[in-house]
Every structure is written in structure tokens, then in C-alpha cells.
Design a protein around this ligand. Structure first.
Ligand code: G3I
Length: 371
């Protein structure tokens, strides 16, 4: 078991909400539409949520925000705590991979949405919102798109068909789409790739317009990593967002992925978010994790908890920050060690689904006065 968090006011943490909080809970959603009230889990398998425990979902909704998580379509059907936790603790789901173009169109014109549908069905049964992820990703297009020698014009048609087909299929089911994922280099310039090479910079505006035609009610986002603090990359993202807004392109939000290394949450994250909200955009933390060298130490887990809490506080302090999503649910389902051997333990639950200090710190931050 993990060591208890220092200075952890557990007695107050799970206390019943005040009348004010109840009023907020009934009046606050995360953006447009009805707030999804917490519902009893309809998943099988043991529940790691303690009886009477107030979930992150409830606590966030009382603050007018959502808590979300990226999920694996197969794991949602497991006889394990995975679906219970995903269904109980979060009001927003993102398909980790199931909605990506390589997964939904394995060969040209041959679509397969079974995995994505399972995520959508799960969210409906648990009265959760969905972030669609991701329609257009310049460096992660299907392998067949770059392998076959399509004309630039044909690549444009294939992209349009993909965006319209997928966004149209889930019309009404998606709160927000990451329409364009990770378009920038570290210097804040447009990242080279099949789509930029074939279509030029307009692939971004066109993708947003096609998505808007297919699902006019969905919030449409640019989603980027490494742009959480102020610097060359976020400056480039700011310039891109501003120019899209000025041209009247349907862009509604910026997703700050927030894959952090322990102790490296930027101090100016709030200031950075606020320059985007000043453009009339909403913002969201879309993929939060905090990685550390493994094996994890108790001290590192405590510092990780502080990092998680600081991101939650940042979102609470930015009025138009709609919510925070984790990328992934627990350390046993983590994308981190696959990409960075020797690193991991990045999530709020451990590989046995036990809440880590970070989980507790998130709940504490969500219940703090005056955030
Ligand atoms: O599709 C094949 C599947 O057919 C095959 O059975 C399997 C065998 O390994 O590989 C499958 O594809 C893998 C896919 O995950 C699904 O498991 C890809 O090779 C692998 O590259 C892919 O990794 C994902 C990565 O995005 C690239 O799409 C990670 O799981 C996912 O966590 C990661 O998520 C990204 C966000 O989308 C964007 N922001 C960064 C974040 C973390 O890297």
C-alpha cells in the first residue's frame, strides 16, 4: 500500500456537500448540454470505490468541471475493476485509440467502428460525455495513406471522407472532438507529414470545417502536447488558433495534453491558458499523466500528488477550462513504459487499481475552498 498523504485532511475530504455545493451541482455542467448526473455503475466486476466515497466525477461536477479518462475499448468489457472505475469515477471518456483513423479505416474505404462503438455505448450506459480523439493527425495517418501513391487531390478527398464519415457517425454523441491532433513542432511551426505535404496548412482549417458540417454541435479542438507553458511551441499554437479564429474557422477549444515529467508542471500554465481563453476559446487538460523513474518511491508519489493537484487547481482557476482528463486509468494500462522504458507509475491508480496519493490529492484539490 502507498503511504498516506502528508497533511491529508481525510475527515473533510469525503464529507457531504454543503448547500452551496449542492446548488452548484444542480446548476453546473461542463460546457453546453445537461450535466450528466452520477449514475450507479452498470458494469460488472468488483468496485474499488469505497462505500459512501464521493467520486472525482461528483466532486468535479460540483465545481462546474468534468473529470475524464482515456479508455481502452477491450478493457471496458473486462471482468476487472477497470470498467467499474471508468464508469464511476469519471464523467467524460476519451477512446485511447479506437477512434483514430488507422483504427477506423484499416484499408481505403473499409471502415470498422466496432471498438469505437463500444466506447460510445459504455459512455451512454454510464451517462458520460465523450471526447472524440482524434480525427486528423498529420504524423499518425493510416499506413496505407502514405504507402500508396495517391495524388494530393485524392489525399484531400480521403481525409474529407474520413472526417465527415466519423464525425457524422457520432453526431450528437460527442461533446468535443480533437479535430487536429499535435500539428506543431517544438519550435511552434507546422509539423511535416503526409497531410501537410499533400494539402498544405489548409488541412487544419478544412478538417475543422468538415467536422463542423458533420456535427455542428460538437466543440472542435486543436490538441497539442508540450504547449502547456509559455514558450515557442505554445506561441506557435497561439498564432495558429488566433489566425483560425480571425478567418472564422469553427474552432472552439484548445486541448493541453499535459504529459508531464515529475516536478515539471509549468508554473505559467494558468497564464498560458488564459491567453487562449482571451481569444474566445475554451480550454481543457486532455491527457494528464505525471511520469517518474521506476520503481516509484513514496517520496516521488507524494510529489506526483502535488503535480496532479496543481493541474486541477489551474483548471479550477481558469473559468473557461472545462475539465481534466487522465491518460490512462491506472499504471497497469499505461502508455508510458511502452514509449519510455524505465519510466512509468504515471497515473492516479496503481496497477492493482489502488488509489495512489495523486488520486487523493485530486479529490482534495476539487474540494478546496476558493479554487
Ligand atoms: O492497431 C494495432 C493493432 O492492430 C495491433 O494488434 C497492435 C499490436 O501491438 O498494435 C496496434 O496499434 C497500436 C495502438 O496503440 C493500439 O494498441 C500502435 O502500434 C501503437 O502505436 C498505439 O499507441 C498509441 C499511440 O497514442 C499512437 O496512436 C498509444 O496506445 C496511445 O496511448 C497514444 O496516445 C497518444 C494520444 O493519442 C495523443 N497524445 C499522446 C498520447 C500518448 O502518446
Amino acid at each position: 500500500m502507498h503511504a498516506p498523504r502528508r497533511n491529508s485532511p481525510r475527515a473533510g475530504l469525503w464529507a457531504m456537500p454543503t448547500a452551496l455545493a449542492l446548488l452548484l451541482a444542480t446548476g453546473c455542467g461542463s460546457g453546453d448540454g445537461d450535466p450528466a448526473p452520477p449514475s450507479p455503475s452498470q458494469s460488472t466486476g468488483p468496485s474499488p470505490t469505497a462505500p459512501g466515497e464521493r467520486t472525482m466525477r461528483q466532486l468535479a461536477e460540483e465545481r462546474g468541471k468534468y473529470m475524464g479518462v482515456a479508455v481502452d475499448a477491450d478493457a471496458l468489457g473486462e471482468e476487472s475493476p477497470y470498467p467499474r472505475l471508468a464508469g464511476e469515477q469519471f464523467g467524460m471518456l476519451t477512446a485511447e485509440n479506437a477512434m483514430k483513423w488507422p483504427q477506423t479505416e484499416r484499408s481505403p474505404g473499409s471502415t470498422s467502428y466496432e471498438d469505437a462503438d463500444r466506447v460510445v455505448d459504455f459512455a451512454k450506459r454510464h451517462r458520460q460525455r465523450l471526447r472524440g480523439h482524434a480525427l486528423t493527425w498529420n504524423t499518425h495517418e493510416p499506413q496505407w495513406l502514405s504507402a500508396q501513391k495517391f495524388s494530393d487531390e485524392r489525399i484531400g478527398e480521403l481525409l474529407r471522407e474520413h472526417v465527415q464519415d466519423e464525425a457524422g457517425r457520432y453526431k450528437g454523441a460527442i461533446y468535443a472532438w480533437d479535430v487536429v491532433n499535435e500539428p506543431l513542432t517544438g519550435k511552434g511551426t507546422l509539423k511535416p507529414g503526409t497531410l501537410l505535404d499533400a494539402l498544405g496548412p489548409d488541412y487544419i482549417a478544412d478538417s475543422l470545417r468538415w467536422a463542423h458540417q458533420a456535427d455542428p454541435d460538437a466543440r472542435l479542438y486543436l490538441n497539442e502536447f508540450g504547449a502547456e507553458g509559455i514558450g515557442p511551441k505554445s506561441d506557435g499554437l497561439y498564432r495558429l488558433a488566433k489566425s483560425l479564429k480571425e478567418k472564422g474557422v469553427p474552432l472552439h477549444g484548445i486541448g493541453f495534453e499535459s504529459h508531464f515529467e515529475l516536478g515539471k508542471v509549468p508554473k505559467d500554465m494558468r497564464q498560458n491558458m488564459e491567453r487562449f481563453t482571451a481569444l474566445g476559446l475554451e480550454v481543457a487538460v486532455t491527457e494528464l499523466d505525471v511520469r517518474m523513474r521506476t520503481p516509484a518511491t513514496d517520496d516521488a508519489l507524494e510529489r506526483q500528488a502535488e503535480d496532479y493537484a496543481s493541474v486541477i487547481r489551474t483548471c479550477l482557476n481558469v473559468e473557461k477550462c472545462v475539465g481534466v482528463s487522465f491518460w490512462n486509468l491506472h499504471d497497469g494500462a499505461s502508455h508510458v513504459p511502452k514509449k519510455r522504458p524505465g519510466w512509468g507509475a504515471a497515473h492516479a491508480y496503481d496497477a492493482q487499481y489502488r488509489p495512489k496519493p495523486a488520486r487523493e490529492a485530486v479529490a482534495e484539490a476539487l474540494t478546496e475552498e476558493g479554487g
